[in-house]
Design a protein around this ligand. Structure first.
Ligand code: JCF
Length: 676
């Protein structure tokens, strides 16, 4: 892409590209570049047109924002145009916005800013006549949208009939229809199973779902709508005097409004809100792409008015993009603890979702095929929430002539053993078992991890060092390490060496479930390890169990049973287990008889702060007594143990008449069960 051409030819190229990308995005629901790239090209064109107004054409994408309605839906004319928001990308630009607002108001005029997250979905309008939903429409180009009444009726958070009685006879409500991240993951997981096309992000999935002519498909998608404004022909201010009061009314009438709304005094409050939401962003259940700030008082909004298609009294402060474009430089193959081979994309580093990313997972070779990605391709990377960065799409029209196919390896990149693919599985695995250095190394990391043996200070980097220096080969070797050996390692002083030896010694006092989980047997997670321990009571009994005996255990099916039996059939594994026990690893006896399962079949909830132990420790002890420990209180809860500063869970238990215990009561139960 050359930027040295004349402004005229560059503008023509940009217009062509933007028309193409706009059509792909709005009409086909199939964008081929990430939003930031679109925005960059759009801004570049805007800049050229600002400097050379004679180059501005009536059909320029800068003169029309949004897409043409699809012909299959009826067209709806918005009596009151649906506005878009101007964007800012920096604190400076936000302060400029505030200055422009204040410069248009009299000095003595006071006002506030309403702050809310900007949901990344599809803008929609709902029309209610006499309190009944009669029409739903997309924003379209702001003047005309598509009639999606049948589809919006399927969205659970949209009221079909209004609550209360103080609503106007004719009410139009606007908001954002979106798909929470969990719903997006679910739909894509189904699409993967059916080998159909994946959605690139939750917003595209929401758009695709709303644009279904068959509303049964829409109904199967867990869409939500969050409302953010009332559009009325008559005098709004009869009903409420500010944006925030309007949202309160909407909530009373039965609409979902953002629980994160806040009203602040000035621009400093806006900036604080921005930072606070940015910090919460990854943990939210849905994608947000920035913050909307609005002058809260409707009378002040009226004074300010509009410029072309956007209000002067509102602005969107955009967050760093969650999708970016970059180049796939190479693909490496990582070997996991169970031998699973994961193709890992090595990228030209790019700032996305708030961090610089240079690696992304490609999951497995089915995914590589589905994406059709080649080395050298420009790709779209997405980083949102707590998930690992993903390649979501190839920008096919930018494939270089020398792009290379990704070769599926036949041998393990670490130990050279042949790879195999179990029937019906998507993953390719190294058959080397513990011959494979990578599997051993990952097994040691797992053994040391928090939910396994919890060896404080033994992180992934240190395990790599220990293995690379030849000090350990198996998990059992950990317990023969000496402080002088450790102190010789890079970035390891005497003090940290002593600390690690102490942590290793401390880890020897464990529980049988932790130990079984730590061994890293395939498909044996924490819950299965606990069930195995409670059922077999001793390690010897478990090691002696055949398939049939294993199948009796809760949650153990034929596949898990065969992995467990196969693990203990390998002599090397039995030797390692024996060496660990010889090194002094021990656990409290699991009592049989009446007190073994003191809390068997009960569901407990822990809440508040405990003094004598952490909640995780208390949970483990309750589970050892046979209780299920749940995260929330329901009618099925048997007992809530509440430490200090317990809040809504304790209150809910009390309101449901569920038994509650304070910390002292909890300790008494644990003592009775022999856990303390
Ligand atoms: O959440 C949003 N995407 C959002 C969009 C929120 C708002 O309060 C908006 C909007 C678009 C236009 N307000 C306007 C006026």
């Amino acid at each position: 892409m050359t930027k040295t051409s004349s402004p005229e030819s560059r503008a023509a190229v940009l217009r062509e590209q933007l028309h193409l990308y706009n059509h792909q995005y709005y009409v086909l629901d199939q964008p081929s570049v990430p939003d930031v790239e679109y925005d960059r090209l759009f801004r570049e064109l805007q800049d050229i047109e600002a400097q050379h107004p004679e180059l501005r054409t009536p059909d320029s994408p800068t003169q029309r924002v949004g897409g043409e309605p699809l012909s299959a839906f009826k067209t709806v004319r918005h009596e009151i145009p649906m506005l878009s928001l101007d964007n800012v990308f920096s604190e400076q630009e936000l302060r400029d916005f505030d200055r422009r607002v204040r410069s248009r108001l009299a000095d003595q005029e006071t006002f506030h800013y309403a702050c809310e997250p900007k949901l990344d979905g599809i803008a929609a309008s709902l029309l209610y006549v006499d309190g009944v939903l009669v029409r739903g429409a997309t924003r379209g180009d702001g003047q005309q949208g598509e009639d999606i009444t049948q589809n919006v009726r399927t969205v659970a958070s949209i009221p079909l009939k209004l609550q209360g009685d103080d609503w106007p006879d004719e009410l139009e409500v606007r908001g954002e229809i979106y798909l929470p991240r969990a719903g997006f993951e679910k739909i894509n997981a189904q699409a993967r199973q059916n080998d159909s096309k994946l959605f690139v992000n939750p917003r595209n999935a929401a758009a695709g779902s709303l644009r279904q002519l068959d509303s049964r498909i829409t109904a199967s998608r867990p869409l939500e709508m969050c409302c953010y404004s009332v559009a009325l022909a008559e005098d709004q201010q009869q009903l409420f005097k500010s944006h925030s009061e309007g949202l309160q009314k909407l909530a009373q009438w039965g609409f979902l409004v953002s629980p994160l709304l806040n009203v602040v005094d000035d621009i400093e409050g806006c900036l604080d809100y921005y930072q606070s939401l940015l910090a919460q962003r990854d943990g939210l259940a849905y994608d947000i792409d920035g913050i909307v700030f609005k002058v809260n008082e409707l009378s002040v909004q009226d004074t300010l008015g509009f410029v072309s298609r956007a209000p002067r009294w509102a602005i969107a402060h955009k967050f760093p993009a969650q999708e970016e474009i970059t180049t796939l430089k190479e693909v490496e193959f990582q070997v996991g603890r169970t031998g699973a081979i994961t193709p890992v994309a090595k990228l030209e580093p790019v700032f996305v979702g708030g961090v610089t990313v240079s690696n992304a997972t490609l999951h497995n070779f089915d995914e590589v095929q589905r994406l059709g990605v080649m080395i050298g391709d420009d790709i779209i990377i997405r980083r949102a929430g707590d998930v690992i960065p993903q390649i979501v799409q190839v920008v096919e029209d930018r494939r270089p002539a020398d792009a290379r196919a990704i070769q599926i390896p036949e041998h393990c990149p670490v130990c050279e053993s042949p790879l195999e693919k179990a029937p019906g599985e998507a993953v390719l695995r190294c058959t080397g078992g513990l011959i494979c250095g990578a599997q051993r190394r990952e097994g040691i990391k797992h053994f040391a991890s928090r939910k396994a043996m919890d060896i404080d200070g033994l992180g992934d980097k240190l395990v790599d060092q220990l293995v690379d220096s030849g000090l350990i080969e198996t998990i059992a070797d950990l317990y023969s390490l000496t402080a002088p050996q450790l102190a010789g390692l890079e970035r390891m002083g005497q003090k940290s060496a002593d600390n690690l030896i102490a942590a290793l010694n401390k880890s020897k006092d464990t529980t049988l479930p932790r130990f079984l989980f730590a061994l890293g047997i395939r498909e044996v997670g924490e819950a299965t390890a606990r069930n195995l321990a409670l059922h077999f009571v001793s390690l010897e009994n478990l090691m002696a169990a055949d398939q049939e005996a294993l199948l009796v255990v809760d949650d153990v099916g034929p596949i898990v049973a065969s992995h467990i039996a196969a693990f203990f059939a390998v002599e090397h594994n039995r030797d390692v287990v024996a060496a660990l026990v010889a090194a002094g690893i021990r656990w409290p006896e699991i009592k049989t008889g009446s007190d073994a399962q003191l809390l068997s079949g009960q569901t407990w909830v822990l809440t508040g702060n405990l003094e004598a132990m952490t909640r995780a420790e208390a949970k483990e002890k309750l589970q050892a007594l046979g209780a299920k420990v749940a995260g929330s209180v329901s009618a099925k809860t048997d007992c809530v143990a509440a430490g200090s500063a317990a809040g809504s869970k304790l209150a809910k238990a009390q309101s449901l008449g569920i038994k509650t215990l304070d910390e002292e009561g909890l300790i008494a139960v644990l003592k009775e069960g022999g856990q303390l």
